[in-house]
Structure formats: C-alpha cells, structure tokens
Design a protein around this ligand. Structure first.
Ligand code: KE4
Length: 432
C-alpha cells in the first residue's frame, strides 16, 4: 500500500476551508471513495503526490495537457511572457496570433472570442445564439456536460452525473424551462422536439463526441442529420469541442464527422494548461458580439498574456509534430492492450476511444447514450480504480469521465499500465 499520510492531512485541512476539499467536484473521489492524493508536481506523463508517490497520469488535467506535464516549450513561453507582466487589460498581439491559429485550424470559425473557462464559452455561445435568432429555446443532450451555467446544468454529465445531482439545486425552474433535453444518438426524439418547437429553438448545443458520460460516439450519421434539422428550422448548431478540440483530431470532431457548425466552443488544449477557452464561428453571427454588436460578453482576464503564450506554443508544437495523429495511433495500442487484459480476466467490457481519449465502460451492454452508460457497474469500476491507483496509475476518479494520454506517455508507461490493468481486472473478476 502506498503511503498517503501527507495527502490525507492536506485533504482534512482542505475540507475545513474549501467545500468538499476541492475546487472542482470530480477531484474529491466522492464517487470512488477514499481520499485523493494531492499533487506536489507533474513531469511528462507523471504526477508526484505530497508523499512522493509517482503515478502515470491519465487525467492530464481532463484534457489540456496534450504535451504532458511541464513541457519545456510551454514553461519557457510562460516564463518569458510573465517577465513582461501577467495581465494588461489592453489588447495584445498574442491574442491575435492565437485567434488566427484557431481560425486556421477550425475552418468553421471565422472569428473567435477568448474567455477563461469552458463554462464561459458555452454560456456565451448560448447567449449569442439567442441574440442572433431572437429565439429562446435550447436543445441539449442528456449526459452531455457544457460547464455549470444555470441553463445548461440539467441532466449534465461529468461529476454532476457521478455525484447524482444532474439537476442542481439553485437553478431556477424558469431558467431551465427553455432547455429541451434529448437522449444522444436518438434522432426520432430530436425530430419530435423540432416538430413541436422548431421555430422557437435558438440552437442545439452538443458535444459532437461526448466525453462527459464517459466517451460516447455518434452513430448512424446522427451529427449530419442533426445539422440538417437545425438548418431546416433556422436553429444554430453549437459544437462544444472544449474537450474534443485537438484531442479527437487536429480539426476537432467536426472535422472527423464533416459537420459545419455555426458556433464552436474550445478550451483545455488551447491554453496548454492555463485558463483559456473560446467561442467562435461564422462572421455574421460573431458580428453580434460586443463591441462589434449588441450582445454583451466581457472578461477581465480574457486573452491573458500567459495563457495566450502557453496556447500558442502548444498549438505550434502540435501542428509541427503532428501530435494528434501520433497520439491517436498510440491510444489505439494502449486500449487494445487494456481490452486484452479485461478479456483475460473474463470481463466483456466496452472500450471506447477517439484520438487521444478513451473510456472503459464496466458493462457488457453497448454504450450509445447516457442511459446505457449508466448500466456500468460502478462498484466494479471502484475496485479497478483503486487497484490501479495503488499500483501507481492515476485514472479519472469516475466511470463517467474520459481518460487522456499525452505525447509524454512512453511505451514503458503503457507496459506498466497494462501490467497493472491485468491485476486490477483480475481483482474485479474475483469480486464477481
Ligand atoms: P470548464 O468550465 O470546466 O473549463 O469547462 C466546462 C466544459 C465544457 N464543455 C465540455 C465538453 C467539457 O468537458 C467541460 C469540462 N470538462 C470537465 C471534465 N469532465 C472538467 C473537469 C472538472 O469539472 O473538474
């Protein structure tokens, strides 16, 4: 057993002054039990906790760390930027550079506005869609998570699911009265909603390849049919690629499924680990955004110079070294090994992967939406999670999260992970 003395003490102290001891619920281990090891530092594919334990990290800050922890190119860029100051409140050239890079990488985006979190990006995108169409209703998919703004925190995914509070208290009924819910991959249900409310729907917001109920992939041209429906009724299509952007592919999942959204939200990777997110899209829509247009949205630290510097060098490195394609190939190798390890233990689980993301669903059922994701055996997941943790593999502490690899994850890391998985799946099988 690993020594967790210092992390346990830190968690006790944290719980006295921070709700649940964490600044984001999923980190609390509430859904898997036990206490979270606290990070002391990260390096490459590794995390080191306060007690000096080393872990191979598959959380990667839930996506941002495409190059791993503390890559020299990012640290150097942040250090250089910091020497000139940490925030100005006036425009900088770096914001233009990152915006130009994003618009080149994601051709559906003619213009982009930087914000500080994925929540801010999706909240602003929703306001923009309503401002542009003059309509009020929004359609979202059950189990998709778009951050914690009131109107979107219904049947959310991620920790909201794990913590069993998909409809959070504190959200006024009126706020969610204009949020329509549809199961993901359910085209007839989506067609029905449009048949009923089509002319009042401002937008559909979706994760094209949802990662917050675990990783679930669109089936049977679901995205293409969704796009046709929104066009037919004059609703906008908001593609939330905060997680999938530069993780599923260099052009995001919209490039893999060949859809042309009206608005795209990005985050995580574009900040290289610093707080950056963005929303953007077609020029005529973005021209509504203040001060160009009447739709107000603002942010003190939006376009922060340190975050811009980290994002620019991360994307430059990603393009130069074809990182997305490389990681997709490496993820396929790792997941195939995990599947072999599970099958060796007699477990017929579901293995979903896309680009540098993957999820193991602890269920024998095909997982195509939130309801089928919920058939996963969370007790089995807990056994697997803690066995892997104690063997030095830090996975996202929830069945309903996605795992991420980075360019820093080595063949040796994969070997160690697969050896640990064999033991962990064996422990699950013994319990059955
Ligand atoms: P943030 O507000 O946490 O920066 O982004 C919200 C968000 C929006 N859209 C998508 C598709 C997302 O995945 C997220 C955030 N993802 C979670 C991971 N499940 C962040 C982890 C956390 O909540 O601590």
């Amino acid at each position: 057993m690993l020594n967790h003395t210092k992390s346990t003490a830190a968690f006790e102290a944290a719980k006295k002054v921070i709700p649940g001891g964490v600044n984001s619920p999923v980190r609390s281990f509430r859904s898997v039990g036990g206490n979270p090891p606290f990070a002391a530092r990260g390096s490459g594919s590794k995390l080191y906790d306060l007690d000096g334990n080393e872990y191979i990290d598959y959380i990667m800050s839930y996506g941002p760390l495409l190059l791993g922890h503390a890559p020299a190119v990012v640290i150097d860029a942040i250090t250089a930027a910091a020497a000139g100051g940490t925030s100005y409140g006036i425009p900088t050239a770096a914001e233009v550079t990152l915006a130009e890079m994003i618009c080149k990488l994601v051709p559906s985006m003619d213009m982009v506005r930087m914000v500080n979190s994925g929540t801010e990006a999706t909240m602003s995108a929703i306001r923009l869609a309503r401002a542009y169409t003059g309509r009020d209703y929004i359609v979202k998919f059950i189990g998709c998570y778009h951050g914690h703004s009131d109107g979107l925190l219904v049947k959310a995914g991620s920790a909201a699911t794990t913590l069993g509070t998909p409809d959070s208290p504190g959200v006024p009924k009126g706020t969610v009265a204009t949020t329509l819910l549809v199961p993901f991959n359910d085209l007839p249900a989506l067609e029905n909603v449009f048949a009923e409310k089509g002319n009042e729907i401002a937008a559909v917001i979706m994760e094209p390849t949802p990662g917050n109920m675990g990783l679930v992939l669109p089936q049977n041209n679901f995205l293409q049919n969704m796009r046709k429906l929104t066009k037919k009724y004059g609703a906008l299509l908001i593609c939330d690629e905060v997680m999938s952007g530069f993780r599923s592919a260099q052009g995001g999942s919209q490039s893999l499924y060949d859809i042309d959204p009206d608005i795209t939200c990005l985050g995580k990777v574009i900040g290289g680990g610093l707080p950056v997110a963005a929303y953007g899209g077609k020029r005529d829509i973005m021209s509504m955004v203040s001060p160009m247009g009447p739709m107000y949205q603002a942010g003190t630290l939006s376009g922060n110079p340190l975050a811009m510097a980290a994002g620019i060098v991360s994307l430059q490195y990603m393009i130069k070294h074809d990182v997305c394609a490389k990681l997709a190939a490496r993820t396929a190798i790792l997941v195939s090994g995990l599947q072999n390890a599970a099958e060796k233990a007699g477990l017929n689980y579901q293995f979903h992967l896309l680009g540098s993301m993957f999820t193991v669903f602890f269920t024998e059922k095909e997982v195509t939406d939130y309801a089928t994701a919920l058939t996963s055996d969370q007790d089995a997941f807990k056994i697997y999670f803690h066995s892997m943790l104690e063997q030095g593999i830090y996975l996202p502490p929830s069945q309903f999260e996605t795992n991420f690899i980075s360019l820093a994850h080595s063949d040796e890391d994969f070997e160690k992970t697969l050896q640990a998985a064999e033991i962990a799946f064996g422990e699950v099988a013994k319990r059955k």
